[in-house]
Design a protein around this ligand. Structure first.
Ligand code: SF4
Length: 458
C-alpha cells in the first residue's frame, strides 16, 4: 500500500485520461492520493476530484507564485472550504524566490496567513520552499514556538536545512527526481532522512522518474520512487511502503486502519511483540511517544498466547528467508518467560536463529535465576543496559525493582555469558552517558557492546 502525498491531478495534463490514471494508480497499490491545490480554482477542482474518486483527498492553498492574489476575502473563502469532506491539509504554501512570480512581501504575507489558518484549523502544512534559504523556517519559528505539523515537499535544501526541518518536527519528501541519473548529491542528502519522517510523493504531472524523464508523471510511478528509496536507505520494499504509508496516514489522518501486530518484519528478521508490560519506565522509551515502530502498530489489545504467536509466524519464516526471530516488541519479553520458552522451543525445531532483547530483569521478574532455562532455546541475548552507572539507571530508567536493579542487570549479563549464550550489551548515545565506560563494562563481563542511537529503532 502506497500513498502519493503530493499530486496535481486537477491540471489539464490529466484531462484526456484521468480515470485511467487513477485506475493505474490503484493497480500499482496506491491507496490514497493527496491532490494539492495551488490556487483557488485548483482547490475547487481538487475538491470535485475528491468527491468523484474514493482514493483522492485534498490539500487547499495557494502556491507562492500566486501569493499576490491572497486577500483577506480569499483567505476567508479558504477557511470555509476547509470544512469540505476529505480536506486534510493546508498547502502548497510557502516561498519561491526562484521565479519570483509574486513579489517577496506578498509571498511572505500570504504564507503567514495560510500558516495561521492551518494552526487555527489544526491541519498540517504542505510547504513549498525554493531558493529561499532558511527564510521559510525562520518565519515558522517566529510565528509558532512549538513543533510544526507538516511536510517540506520536494526537498531542495542543504543538510543544515534538512536537520532544522527534522528538529522542528516536519516530515520531508523528495519527488521522483531522486531517481535521476545525475541526482547523486540529492541521494546522499536523502540518506540522512530518518525513514520515520519520510513521505512519498510524485508531484505529478512534474518530475517523472528517470525511466520516463521529460514525460508526464503520474501516481502509479510511485513504485519507481520506492525502488530508489530501497537502495538509498537499505531497507526492504515492504519496510519503505509500510513506514511511509504509516507516516502519511499519521500526518494527514487518512483513515487507514493500522491493526496491532504480534509479529512484524524488519529487514530480514521477524520481531515478536508478546507484551506491552515493562518493569522500567525509561525517559527515552518510544512508548512515551507513539505505539508505532517502523510503521507497525505495537499497542496490543491483549497479550497473545504461545499458540497464537506460533500461528502468526507459521507462514513467515521460510518463505521470507528469515535471518532471525527476535523477542522484542513494545515491552519486556521475560515478563512472559514461559511463553518465550514455549515459542523459542518450537522455533528451534525449524533451525532459525532466536534472539531475545531484554532489559535484563528476568531474574527479578520471575524471582529465580532464569538464564539456564534459556540455554538451547535462545541463541543470542541483547541486554539494554543503556547507561553507565546505578545512579543514572535509577534516574533515567526508573526500575520498578528499586535501586539495586542495575547491579542485578549486570549479574544477568554475567550469567548469560557464563551459560555460553552469545551476549550483547547495548547502550544509548544519551548526552549524560559515558559510552567508553559502558563499553568497558560490557567487556569486563565478557559480552560484546553495541551503541544504539536515540530515536532509532529496529
Ligand atoms: S526497558 Fe525498553 S520497553 Fe522498557 S521502558 Fe525502557 S525502553 Fe521502554
Amino acid at each position: 500500500m502506497l500513498i502519493d502525498t503530493h499530486c496535481h491531478l486537477d491540471f489539464k495534463d490529466f484531462d484526456p485520461d484521468r480515470d485511467s490514471v487513477i485506475d493505474k494508480a490503484k493497480k500499482a497499490g496506491v491507496a490514497r492520493i493527496i491532490n494539492v491545490g495551488s490556487s483557488m480554482e485548483g482547490t475547487l477542482r481538487s475538491i470535485e476530484l475528491a468527491k468523484k474518486y474514493d482514493i483522492v483527498y485534498v490539500s487547499i492553498g495557494v502556491h507562492p507564485h500566486d501569493a499576490k492574489t491572497v486577500t483577506d476575502k480569499v483567505l476567508a473563502d479558504f477557511r470555509a472550504l476547509s470544512k469540505e469532506k476529505k480536506v486534510v491539509a493546508i498547502g502548497e504554501v510557502g516561498l519561491d524566490y526562484f521565479r519570483n512570480l509574486s513579489p517577496k512581501e506578498d509571498q511572505i504575507s500570504a504564507f503567514k496567513k495560510f500558516a495561521h489558518l492551518a494552526w487555527d484549523l489544526n491541519l498540517p502544512l504542505i510547504l513549498h520552499a525554493r531558493e529561499c534559504g532558511r527564510e521559510i523556517l525562520d518565519i515558522l519559528k517566529k510565528e509558532k514556538k512549538d513543533k510544526i505539523s507538516g511536510v517540506m515537499h520536494c526537498f531542495s535544501g542543504d543538510k543544515d536545512i534538512l536537520k532544522e526541518c527534522l528538529d522542528m518536527g516536519l516530515y520531508v519528501s523528495f519527488t521522483c527526481n531522486l531517481t535521476f541519473k545525475n541526482a547523486k548529491a540529492l541521494r546522499e542528502l536523502a540518506r540522512q532522512v530518518p525513514v520515520e519522517r519520510l513521505l512519498l510523493e510524485t508531484d505529478s504531472p512534474f518530475l517523472a522518474p528517470q525511466e520516463f524523464r521529460g514525460k508526464r508523471n503520474e501516481p502509479s510511478y510511485l513504485t519507481y520512487l520506492v525502488d530508489e528509496w530501497v537502495k538509498v536507505l537499505g531497507l526492504s520494499k515492504e519496510d519503505v511502503e509500510r513506514i511511509t504509508t504509516h507516516n502519511a496516514n499519521n500526518l494527514f489522518k487518512l483513515g487507514l486502519g493500522e491493526t496491532s501486530k504480534i509479529v512484524y518484519p524488519i529487514r530480514n528478521s521477524l520481531y515478536l511483540n508478546i507484551t506491552n508490560v515493562c518493569t522500567n519506565a525509561c525517559d527515552f522509551c518510544i512508548r512515551n511517544q507513539t505505539p508505532f515502530v517502523k510503521g507497525h502498530n505495537l499497542r496490543l489489545d491483549r497479550e497473545p498466547s504461545a499458540e497464537e504467536i506460533l500461528e502468526a509466524i507459521k507462514n513467515q519464516i521460510t518463505p521470507r528467508g528469515c535471518e532471525a526471530v527476535v523477542f522484542c516488541g513494545y515491552g519486556e519479553p521475560t515478563v512472559r518467560l514461559e511463553v518465550v520458552k514455549t515459542v523459542a522451543k518450537e522455533l528451534k525445531r525449524t533451525g532459525v536463529k532466536v534472539r531475545l532483547v531484554t532489559n535484563g530483569h528476568g531474574d527479578l521478574i520471575n524471582s529465580r535465576p532464569t538464564v539456564r532455562e534459556l540455554v538451547g532455546l535462545v541463541d543470542k541475548v541483547s541486554v539494554s543496559l543503556d547507561v553507565d552507572s546505578e545512579d543514572k539507571y535509577n534516574k533515567i530508567c526508573k526500575p520498578e525493582f528499586g535501586p539495586q536493579t542495575y547491579k542485578r542487570v549486570l549479574d544477568f549479563i554475567k550469567s548469560c555469558v557464563e551459560n555460553k549464550i552469545e551476549t550483547e550489551v547495548t547502550c544509548l548515545n544519551l548526552p549524560e552517558v559515558d559510552i567508553k565506560k559502558c563499553e568497558n563494562i560490557a567487556k569486563s563481563l565478557g559480552a560484546t557492546f553495541r551503541l544504539r542511537k536515540l530515536g532509532v529503532t529496529g
